[in-house]
Design a protein around this ligand. Structure first.
Ligand code: AMP
Ligand code: MN
Ligand code: MN
Ligand code: MN
Length: 283
């Protein structure tokens, strides 16, 4: 049985394949009734998505997925109910965007040394006006015939130790949580099962995240295997954190999970949407 709320997905404004309008229509067609759009470090799709959601009669939550560096690792923190017009938030994301552009130049240099030329221009072409992500490079590399699919590209070129990987310093955890809180939002640690942190660091992270004002962790996500749902439900409970769910949908053929297929949170979880008027029809 699926549960019709999805609080994590991407549009063409970051590295998704569907425009904000197409994404909302897709969610609605798959039975999602409460949706948050959470593009990477970018909020310019939210007004478009909200307008589309209003037309289709589904509830919409303004969201974002912020890239964070914590103990030399990259983590993702989702902000929900943020104010997309908050000037401090917009200024911070403008800086991240510029940083992404510099990183993209370095990624392209690395790829050139591995025999893949023109990657900056190629990725820029695919991204258009949106932020430049590793996914855009991956799409370019597949298009050029250097690898058969996105998954293979990441393995061969885009992860730590490979020619298209660049160590990048993202925002600190405290800065990300402050930004989210000051723009009226709540912070959710995205797909904790993906970080390969080990027991001690996972506990350190959850403790720090909660102490800095973090509200919830993703328990049910397209990035978790089903046995991890219970594992992270228990951790949420232990650290006094609420639970969230989201597909992390990026578009057809680019995602682990289709929209509208997420199971309900394990029993005992406190949903992050517990007090939200937009989700009251789901309780
Ligand atoms: P970036 O924020 O530019 O480093 O890009 C990260 C994005 O790349 C993630 O949000 C995913 O969409 C995508 N990604 C990361 N690792 C993989 C992978 N192993 N396979 C497919 N996509 C991935
Ligand atoms: Mn992505
Ligand atoms: Mn993520
Ligand atoms: Mn995501």
């Amino acid at each position: 049985m699926s549960f019709p709320i999805d609080l994590h997905c991407h549009s063409t404004v970051s590295d998704g394949l569907l425009t904000p309008e197409e994404l909302v229509a897709h969610a609605a067609s798959k039975g999602v009734r409460v949706l948050a759009l959470t593009d990477h470090d970018e909020v310019s799709g939210l007004a478009r998505a909200r307008a589309a959601a209003e037309q289709l009669g589904i509830s919409f939550i303004d969201g974002v997925e912020i890239s964070v560096t914590w103990k030399k690792r990259t983590l993702h923190v989702v902000g929900l109910h943020i104010d997309p017009t908050n000037p401090v938030l917009l200024e911070a994301f403008a800086k991240v965007k510029a940083g992404r552009n510099d990183r993209a130049r370095q990624i392209a240099e690395g790829l050139a040394k591995a025999g893949i030329s023109g990657a900056y221009e190629g990725a820029r072409d695919i991204a258009g006006n949106s932020i430049l992500t590793r996914s855009h490079f991956a799409q370019f590399i597949v298009k050029q015939g250097h690898a058969k699919n996105i998954k293979t590209v990441f393995k061969k070129y885009m992860v730590k130790g490979k020619p298209g990987y660049v160590n990048h310093e993202w925002m600190g955890l405290e800065d990300a949580l402050t930004l989210i809180r000051n723009s009226g939002g709540v912070a959710v640690l995205a797909h904790p099962g993906r970080y390969d942190l080990g027991f001690v660091n996972m506990h350190l992270l959850l403790n720090e995240f909660r102490n800095l004002g973090g509200a919830a962790i993703e328990v049910v996500t397209g990035s978790h295997q089903p046995p991890q749902y219970d594992q992270f439900a228990k951790l949420a409970h232990r650290f006094g954190l609420k639970a969230s769910q989201g597909s992390d949908y990026h578009g057809p053929g680019m995602s682990f999970m289709e929209m509208g297929r997420l199971p309900a949170l394990p029993s005992g979880c406190v949903p992050v949407w517990q007090d939200w008027p937009e989700a009251s029809q789901l309780q």
